[in-house]
Design a protein around this ligand. Structure first.
Ligand SMILES: Nc1nc2c(ncn2[C@@H]2O[C@H](COP(=O)(O)OP(=O)(O)OP(=O)(O)O)[C@@H](O)[C@H]2O)c(=O)[nH]1
Length: 730
């Protein structure tokens, strides 16, 4: 079955079977005789006799690798930067070809159009597949000439990553800018390869600077060249502190030696590499909070102890996030630096499953429901209701469309037909079906698996249940590390508990049910804080002054304001760090550790020492806001429920008497036939276990409905009792 297949080009030949997430790349030629499969696809390869050219050595790539081991990448650059030469080396080292092709001799694999071979340029994108160290790489060599940008654009749509090749003597050239912008548009993670390091005038420093300045990208220097121009003989791997030297007697560059840099033999190079590695670690830590935490917690004293794998994983994440680009160098013509480039492709560029496409979701079966029976159907027309099976990323309340473009097309149609809903400006929003409004959970309790080994099973069960029921929230207690279940009521949590047992075969233990309180402050307060830490050679210094004041929003999302002097020059990354610090401080109030509601936080002053990481900015702002909240007069807010009890006339009095004891506030008593309907408000803390009590009071004749109305301030006596109870004093 063809499914989730990105078609790059169409062939008139029938393809026996195509596997998901491989790129299908048949060049369409006028004569079928010349049709050349550039991707050996699927099983039954033998059914394509005679289509494999003599220059193609390996057929082991027929076996389909796991998706995590696939890399769909493109090569892009300015004309003549060396894409085709680099591709030829890649094919040779991977075992795809037996000999090295040469653009200047007109015998390359990918430039196979007559015009391409004659002119030594790439016109049409060519695709090849090869294996490298257990990875399947589908590679597209794109044209560098400005006239063929449409071709580049067509390729970029199907790629997961790209290698941008530069002429190291020229740096960023005009066409590089164009394709770079196209790659930006398609959100393609990239690595840069500074080619032609052997050429007179080659300059690593200059090329890196031009990436920084012209492309406005942050280069991550993963290698340093050993020599330049005529003296270029290899590279240093900055991540592992090894030198890679190519054998000058070897014609094809297959042989090279990789050796750790030693103080004795290479003192200067080692010093330079250590400095580059430290700078790289700091740069990556600045861009990746997870890595920053690892560095700060474990390796801040000595970066040399940081394992290469940890740095590589973080570089992979940063590359994927496109907040920086790894830079490598070499000389394709002189056969140097290509093998580490291939390692970098598999290590840092994403697999298809790591990329977000517009529609990934797959429906495996379509069913018509008849109560608890289902009948499988092949298709469905608009207006019907059916069930689907196999959705992995969809949760209750989502709208599924076949693609973003079909959503937009539907929006345009809806607009033409005058069905435009008022107040919704975003085109895509207009086609969304009304989602479900998710109420705030008011109860919580801890949930524990029968043994630690069952924790992953519990997490899986809760994840599935949450997708089905968005009113169920699960979080981790930051202090105890326990899993907390937050739900709409006692019955809700009981049912979840029961479903985990029945449907997932897990016997779990629930802690006592607790009310989800909130907190607020009653007066304006200011606080200042300074965070000063030195990490490696780098000083992180932040000083901040904030004001917290009460406002009326009924929301736990704080309103954030900036003094004019700050907002002017504030970088987006710093602003995000500040806001994340404020949000995290407001999630755990000083009284009960509950979310803080109805506050505005104003940033009055902020000084950031150059080079300070965003993690440090966040941490300092968070600490300062917590300080301010602590200083203020505080108030606990409790959930107030609206209650409706339907009771037979004879039982009205005991029900009212009971509600009076529960701090109930009766608004109205209506008559509905023989019944009385009591409508009012009651604090949640006083209505726990109400169903059992009501059943006893009314001999099972009453029913009730409970819903969160608002959060109200507790009176000081009740608040003190609660605080004392929580702190274990009573
Ligand atoms: N000195 C030097 N020359 C190189 C290197 N790589 C490629 N060249 C030369 O640069 C010229 C262009 O190389 P190609 O590989 O065709 O470049 P391309 O980027 O594919 O060019 P288009 O397909 O036309 O965009 C050729 O003459 C190559 O021999 C290198 O590493 N060093």
């Amino acid at each position: 079955m063809l499914s989730n297949l990105r078609i790059f080009a169409v062939s008139h030949q029938t393809i026996p079977s195509v596997h998901i997430n491989n790129i299908c790349c048949y060049k369409v030629r006028a004569s079928l005789k010349r049709l050349k499969p550039h991707v050996p696809l699927g099983r039954n390869y033998s059914s394509l006799p005679g289509l494999i050219g003599n220059d193609i050595k390996s057929l082991h790539s027929i076996i389909n690798p796991p998706i995590a081991k696939i890399r769909n990448i493109g090569i892009m650059a300015h004309i003549d930067a060396g894409k085709t030469t680099t591709t030829e080396r890649i094919l040779y080292y991977s075992g795809y070809t037996r000999s090295l092709g040469d653009v200047d001799d007109g015998d390359t694999v990918t430039d196979f159009m007559a015009q391409e071979r004659e002119r030594g340029i790439t016109i049409q994108s060519a695709a090849v597949t090869f294996d490298w160290k257990g990875y399947r790489v589908n590679l597209i060599d794109t044209p560098g000439h400005v006239d063929f940008t449409l071709e580049v654009e067509r390729c970029l749509r199907v790629l997961d990553g790209a290698v941008a090749i530069f002429d190291a003597s020229a740096g960023v050239e005009a066409q590089t800018l164009t394709v770079w912008r196209q790659a930006d548009k398609h959100n393609i993670p990239r690595i840069c390869f500074l080619n032609k390091m052997d050429k007179t005038g080659a300059s690593f420093k200059y090329a890196v600077e031009s990436i920084r300045e012209k492309l406005k990208a942050k280069p991550l220097l993963l290698q340093l060249p050993i020599g330049e121009a005529r003296t270029f003989k290899g590279v240093v791997d900055v991540v592992t502190k090894e030198k890679l030297l190519w054998n000058s007697n070897s014609n094809d560059g297959k042989d090279f030696e990789r050796k750790p840099l030693l103080e004795m033999s290479d003192p200067e190079l080692l010093k330079e590499t250590t400095e580059a590695r430290n700078a790289l670690i700091e740069q990556v830590a600045d861009l990746d909070d997870e890595f920053a935490d690892v560095v700060l917690e474990e390796f801040s004293e000595n970066f040399d102890l940081l394992p290469a794998e940890k740095l590589q994983t973080a570089i992979h994440r940063v590359t994927l996030a496109q907040t920086a680009v790894p830079v490598l160098c070499g000389s394709a013509l002189k056969n140097k630096g290509i093998q580490p480039l291939l390692d970098a492709v598999t290590m840092y560029l994403p697999s298809p499953e790591e990329r977000n496409y517009e529609f990934l979701e797959r429906i495996s079966r379509l069913l018509l429901p008849f109560a608890d029976q289902h009948v499988e159907i092949p298709s469905l027309t608009a207006g019907n209701i059916a069930l689907t099976v196999g959705l992995k990323h969809t949760a209750t309340g989502d709208t599924i469309v076949s693609s973003k473009s079909s959503a937009l097309a539907a929006a345009r149609r809806a607009e033409r037909e005058g069905e435009k809903k008022h107040g919704q400006n975003n085109e895509a929003e207009r086609v969304l079906l009304a989602g479900v409004e998710i109420p705030e959970p008011v109860f919580f309790c801890t949930i524990e698996p029968p043994s630690v080994s069952k924790q992953p099973d519990l997490e899986h069960a809760l994840k599935c249940l949450q997708r089905e029921d968005p009113s169920l929230k699960v979080r981790l207690d930051p202090d105890s590390g326990q899993t907390i279940l937050c739900g709409m009521g006692e019955l809700h949590i009981e049912i979840i508990h029961d479903r985990i047992k029945r449907e997932y075969g897990l016997e779990t233990y629930l802690g006592p049910l607790q009310v989800a309180y909130r907190e607020t402050i009653l007066n304006s307060v200011c606080a200042t804080d300074t965070l000063d830490r030195t990490l490696g050679d780098k000083r992180h210094l932040v000083t901040v002054e904030v004001e917290a004041r009460p406002i009326e929003t009924s929301s736990v999302t704080p309103v954030i304001e900036y003094a004019e002097s700050i907002s002017e020059g504030l970088l987006k990354v710093s602003q995000e760090a500040i806001e994340s610090g404020i949000h995290s401080a407001c999630l755990q109030g000083p009284l009960l550790g509950s979310p803080v509601q109805d506050v505005a936080i104003t940033l009055h002053s902020l000084t950031i020492h150059p080079g300070t990481s965003t993690t440090m900015i966040s941490a300092c702002v968070s600490r300062c806001v917590q300080k301010a909240l602590k200083k203020a007069d505080k108030q606990v807010l409790e959930p107030l429920m609206s209650l409706e009890v339907t009771v037979a006339r004879d039982y009205l009095s005991p029900v009212l008497a009971d509600l009076a004891q529960r701090r109930g506030n009766i608004q109205e008593i209506q008559t509905r036939q023989d019944n009385k309907v009591v409508i009012g408000f009651v604090p949640l803390a006083d209505i726990m276990g109400y169903s059992t009590v009501l059943r006893t009071l009314t001999s099972g004749s009453a029913t009730f409905a409970l819903e969160l109305s608002t959060y109200q301030a507790m009176n000081s006596q009740d608040q003190n009792t609660l605080l004392n109870r929580r702190s274990g004093l009573t």
